[in-house]
Design a protein around this ligand. Sequence first.
Ligand SMILES: *[C@@H]1O[C@H](CO)[C@@H](O)[C@H](O)[C@H]1NC(C)=O
Ligand SMILES: *[C@@H]1O[C@H](CO)[C@@H](O)[C@H](O)[C@H]1NC(C)=O
Ligand SMILES: *[C@@H]1O[C@H](CO)[C@@H](O)[C@H](O)[C@H]1NC(C)=O
Ligand SMILES: *[C@@H]1O[C@H](CO)[C@@H](O)[C@H](O)[C@H]1NC(C)=O
Length: 597
Amino acid sequence: MFVGRPRIVRNSIILTLAILTIWHLGLLSRALPPSSASSSTSSEWSRLEHLMNHGAPRTPSSNSSFDWSSIPFRYPPHNTTRLPSQHKPLPRIQHHRFAPESPAAAKERTKRLVAVKKVFQRAWQAYKTFAWKQDALLPISGGAREQFSGWAATLVDSLDTLWIMGLRDDFDEAVAAVAGIDFGSSTSSRVNVFETNIRYLGGLLAAYDLSGREVLLEKAVELGGVIYASFNTENGMPVDFLSFDAAKLGKGLVVESSVVSASPGTLSLELAHLSQVTGDAKYYSAVARVMDVFYRGQNDTRLPGVWPMSVNMRAGDVVNGSTFTLGGGADSLYEYLPKMHQLLGGGEHKYEAMSRAFLQAADRHLLFRPMLPRGEQDGDVLMPGNVNVDEGGEPVLDPETEHLACFVGGMFGLAGRLFGRAEDVDTGVRLTNGCVYAYRAFPTGLMPERVDLAPCRDRARCPWDEEHWLRERDKRPEWEPHLPRGFASAKDPRYLLRPEAVESVFYAYRITGRPEFQTAAWDMFTAVERGTRTRFANAAVMDVTRAAEELPLEDYMESFWLAETLKYFYLVFSTPDIISLDDFVLNTEAHPFRLTR
Ligand SMILES: *[C@@H]1O[C@H](CO)[C@@H](O)[C@H](O)[C@H]1NC(C)=O
Ligand SMILES: *[C@@H]1O[C@H](CO)[C@@H](O)[C@H](O)[C@H]1NC(C)=O
Ligand SMILES: *[C@@H]1O[C@H](CO)[C@@H](O)[C@H](O)[C@H]1NC(C)=O
Ligand SMILES: *[C@@H]1O[C@H](CO)[C@@H](O)[C@H](O)[C@H]1NC(C)=O
């Protein structure tokens, strides 16, 4: 009923009525956060706006050809765990007082903000022209490709960025298209549950949180039904790939015997939030069972505190394995532990216990200080590596770091704040600076997908040792003479439009308030835009280790370029009240979920 524009006009009328009503009911003090930040006015406004939109009448709009809520489950998922009702007041995440901005600084910041928005708008326009309602844009040829079931991945993934950038006409147009997505059919017979969850369900929930459009919640519930169907297994563990037609019959699915740990470990935030916004506990309950398996196994692995990269969910075994990483395959399993603590308002102690145990083990075994050519002058940075536990049970560091693992700085920062551990915040800053260093070290200003460095023997002191570096690089067949000193290989020299480095820079900026992180983000942004720009949008780079007038590109633009990378750049140059980390928790695809208090 209230779909007409302009929103702000109708909202101000409804808001006035609503404020009076709520005031009258004496509910205002509960509905509003304790007033604190300088941002309180705008956050009160958006909170009320949100509240009001949720009270708006529902518009029927479901268009899927199959009703996922009607499946006769052979194995009804676990459904007795309820969302915790007790919340603790959580510590403040963002820096308490950002330095006042001079007019010149504000102008410069706004210029950068506009530059990021322009790049987004150009790519969005190309998506609309060449790939509308398809999963991904081919940014060089001007084509499209279905990548994730054909449910318009880029469109759904971009919804909240459109909203945050204030592109309301484009947002409205995209929401109308979302109403027409058919979750009853899929372009692929096997649906990737992890990607469906983080990109689609995360995208719908965040866009709903921000805008309050009911149709987004309806589509989230429909899609929640698809993901819920993946729990129709003998032991209640979710399948990694959902056989689409078999799932509809409800006769039960067979869990894979080996999956990367991030797959089952990255369903919790979205499903818990779906339970929060619908009031239906079944999603949270199903995923709580999975996280209980991780909880019970955490201290029994070969590297207690962290889980092996591959796990066997068919056997409910998350302890057997000897390869450990914070990078691809495992990453967001760890990322979601402190974030679940925050989303649940500290109401479930297991997430704090798991977070603390994991952070300690990761710090001790997986992080390393790389030896840099100018020694101390290059800064005191850390990088995440991998560990293999040998036959004798000894952990052996593999000093390979990858772009995917660059999120770790932000995670340490957030967790450090949540659990009151200043040393973890400091570690987060050093890790963030590790990725900033890696960007700056290459002639293109871009960090490769995977590199090796020479680890220092001592994290406290690390002078350059030429012999040590020569030994490390000569061990590696991938080393090439043009690589910057300090790097022992660039095993994968591509840059795939990934967000993790600027993600950590965003956390570091919001947590410390230090302007050097805005500078770092701007350097990254200009290098990324220069290196990836195509005739229509932006594309992945095949080799960032060699400077060239035009870098070799691949004809592909991942949906996370618009969902994550450009959103984080935009947020670094926004005022800190926009998507404050005290009001929102972001999923692993940068979709902000509003915290309930
Ligand atoms: C889960 O439990 C709730 C409360 O007992 C119930 O209302 C709901 O129907 C159950 N859902 C399923 C799918 O069993
Ligand atoms: C979806 O269904 C509603 C009514 O059920 C209809 O008004 C709307 O036009 C449909 N949307 C699309 C995109 O087909
Ligand atoms: C694992 O060890 C940590 C201490 O490092 C503890 O807090 C946690 O409760 C333990 N987990 C289990 C399941 O016993
Ligand atoms: C543990 O993993 C190894 C392979 O890495 C496998 O051979 C062995 O059977 C597994 N053990 C259990 C108890 O699953």
